[in-house]
Write a protein that binds this ligand. Sequence first.
Ligand code: TYD
Ligand code: MG
Length: 458
Amino acid sequence: MRTKIKTHFVCSQCGNNFHKWIGKCPICHKWNTYKEEIITDKPIVNLFSPKLFNVETVKSNPLLLKSIQTDKELRIDVIDKEFNRVLGGGLVSGSLVLIGGEPGIGKSTLILQTILKLKYKTLYISGEESAKQLKLRAERLNIKNESCFILCETNLKQILNHINCVQPNIVVIDSIQTLFTEQIESGSGTISQIREIASILLKFAKKTNIPFFLIGHINKEGNIAGPKILEHIVDVVLQFEGDQNYIYRILRNIKNRFGSTAELGIYEMKPNGLHEINSLSELLLTQNYEELSGITIAAIIEGARPFLIEIQALVSTSVYGIPQRNTTGFDIRRMNMLLAVLEKKVGFKLCQKDVFLNIAGGLKINDPAIDLSVISAILSSNLNVPIKRKVCLCGEVGLSGEIRFVNRIESRVFEAEKLGFQKIIIPENNYKDANLKKLNITINPVKKVEEAFKLLFY
Ligand code: TYD
Ligand code: MG
């Protein structure tokens, strides 16, 4: 008689389980997160070899905060300036760093080139590519290295044994979704597999003090595939993003137990790997363009970096019943909100027009200070009146058309001045407190979108 395989449903957000499929998780209240998994009765065995890692049950006892001694955590300089900064000043020993991003964006390239530049003994474990493919990639990168080991393996137990034998200083796992542990019956990439593997690796990393780079796939919504708990377990979560049709890539820090998440690394993908970019503004601005309608320059801050970026809008009469709205690099809902402000507060009727918006360089911008440039670019295209060259803008637009305060105004204005801009329009609330005297740039503070439009178009 065949024994029936027992299954249950696990929430991919919080890990809660239920005997049947349910639409909404009663614990984390997320919708459509339950996935079927096989229930295993096998006891979870300890994977650590007691000889090597003396894994006894540690008796914990509460300590007085005052009495705890801290040493400065040991950080490995990864040579790459951008990467070091995003990690908060280097790679911390015994930490787990998870890197997520779209397929083909360059995650494997980034990590491989980083470890190849180091003189430490490193182990690159790949569950996706063969050793030959990795060798080919390393040849493209053309970095001399004598201490990098490659292992193509997906069984966690084998991997831990190999790490014990090689004793590397840094381990890379490409990718965590391809690994499996025999302790869990469901296939690799499932919620329970990923959760178990991540917690075993965490214990392993803390015991041995080896830092791990874990490469992770993302799902269609752009989140790291697998349970949310994976992001809770690891110490650092990085997101590698950019548009594959462009050469710019952004390394963003989403979670960092050892530093700020405000840092951002910017790279350029070249035939021989990723290269650091120091002055992004100069690359993102079209040099010597004619004055064309629908183009504005925004002074924005992403991470901790100020830079200027070009925004292009095209407004045309709609030939279809429903007007088209399309954006690249900007939230479409936010654009719809700005169109509503234009209509209600400034009196421009765009409901019968198609509106397209494009942020130069394929970058995704989250800084709300870009609003004023977006709304001005749309109006400029609609009126067919170009905005003068060497004018840039920053300011968040509120629902009643007011221009709201933005952070770090000085850095934005300095960047515009450095690049030879003659005028910058900023929120009035920022102007009062900021120290912006003696600069070689005209500063126009504005309170409402109408005032900004008067300065730009009349
Ligand atoms: P890859 O690192 O394989 O992406 P991921 O691991 O995120 O899936 O990078 C794939 C892309 O990068 C591929 O389309 C080719 C490009 N590439 C370069 O342009 N230059 C290079 O030196 C390398 C190694 C890759
Ligand atoms: Mg890859």
